[in-house]
Design a binder for this molecule. Structure first.
Ligand SMILES: NC(=O)c1ccc[n+]([C@@H]2O[C@H](COP(=O)([O-])OP(=O)(O)OC[C@H]3O[C@@H](n4cnc5c(N)ncnc54)[C@H](O)[C@@H]3O)[C@@H](O)[C@H]2O)c1
Length: 305
């Protein structure tokens, strides 16, 4: 199967994530069918979609005409079979409960045409459990979005235990065609990649709050105004490069104390992750320009007068 064979996409569960996932596909031209348990849920889904598109128009991201075209591409149903029978790619975004997801994937496997790819948006479960009872192991993937999914550009993509490279690549291609940034995850773990990183911070922040180290307000402000301020530009690896930590003397970096052998060897090299050392000054200047723009936009709105 190739990208041009994906004509219609399905989304199961039109809640917080499902409505935004549907908007994203529909925005980029895919007829999109959302299924949910009852009409009441779908009434909320449709209202959320209309409101989100209005905010896109208000923010001058899209025109009113494009919002209307997007809306017209989205249909909703309580009939799972109807959605499944027509969809070439389905994203599951139902309640985070293993038996429910297992039952749904089994139904989808029976109802969908053989070529349909099944994707889960699970946050904490793993594909080997969710898809344990389905036949099409080669067509099972994770597409894990971040709220609000119609706005946040990145999402992680991972293979189910029996998924083929073709399924994985086609999923990444589909998401790229809908202007998403697929982050390729190579393994399977609860929380996969990004949530594990994000939750490490959440865990520490919550514990420090519980220990009385600072108020919730100060912890929040501390994150947003320090490393959070830098984050649109750099993650931990680029930060290591741009802050020049790789140039520190070895005893100041202390790589020998690192327990993980692969990481210790990497850190012992005392090299940047991405930067060519010859480009260091230029990269720092480019970073500072970006930060100054952000400082002005977020904190010096009055022009610093
Ligand atoms: N909320 C987030 O920030 C977030 C982020 C990433 C991933 N996720 C994951 O996305 C999934 C959905 O989360 P959410 O926040 O959108 O939940 P939600 O409760 O807002 O929406 C779930 C929707 O699924 C429907 N539903 C439940 N069981 C169903 C079934 N068997 N068949 C069809 N529809 C069913 C519900 O009626 C509801 O409309 C979960 O797996 C969650 O872990 C959530």
């Amino acid at each position: 199967m190739q990208l041009s064979d994906i004509k219609t996409v399905g989304v199961v569960g039109g809640g917080t994530m499902g409505f935004g996932i549907a908007i994203n596909f529909a925005l980029w031209g895919y007829p999109t069918i959302i299924s949910d348990l009852n009409d009441e849920a779908l009434t909320g889904t449709r209202a959320n979609i209309a409101h989100a598109l209005q905010l896109f128009v208000e923010g001058e991201l899209i025109s009113q005409a494009r919002a209307e075209e997007t809306l017209a591409r989205i249909t909703t149903t309580t009939d799972l079979a109807q959605m499944a029978g027509q969809s070439d790619f389905i994203t599951e975004a139902i309640v985070e409960r293993l038996p429910d997801k297992q039952a749904l994937f089994k139904q989808l496997d029976e109802l969908c045409p053989p070529h349909t790819i099944l994707a889960s948006n699970t946050s904490r479960l793993v594909l080997s459990d969710i898809g344990a009872h389905i036949g099409r192991q080669d067509k099972l993937v994770l597409t894990h979005y971040f709220a609000p999914p119609h706005i946040v550009p990145g999402l992680e993509v991972a293979k189910g235990p029996g998924a083929t490279d073709e399924t994985f690549e086609l999923t990444c291609e589909l998401l790229s065609s809908a202007r998403k940034i697929p982050i390729r995850v190579r393994g399977e773990k609860s929380g996969y990649l990004i949530n594990r990183i994000q939750h490490a911070m959440v865990r520490e922040a919550s514990l420090l709050w519980a220990e009385g180290m600072a108020s919730a307000e100060d912890i929040e402000l501390g994150i947003v105004s320090t490393f959070g301020f830098r984050m649109p530009h750099e993650g931990p690896f680029l930060h290591y490069d741009l802050a020049g930590i790789w140039k520190w003397p070895e005893d100041a970096r202390n790589p020998r104390a690192i327990e993980n052998e692969k990481l210790r060897e990497q850190m012992l090299k005392g090299e940047p992750w991405f930067l060519d050392p010859a480009d260091f000054d230029e990269a720092v200047e480019e970073r500072d320009r970006a930060y100054i723009r952000r400082l002005k936009e977020l904190y010096w709105k009055d022009g610093g007068q």
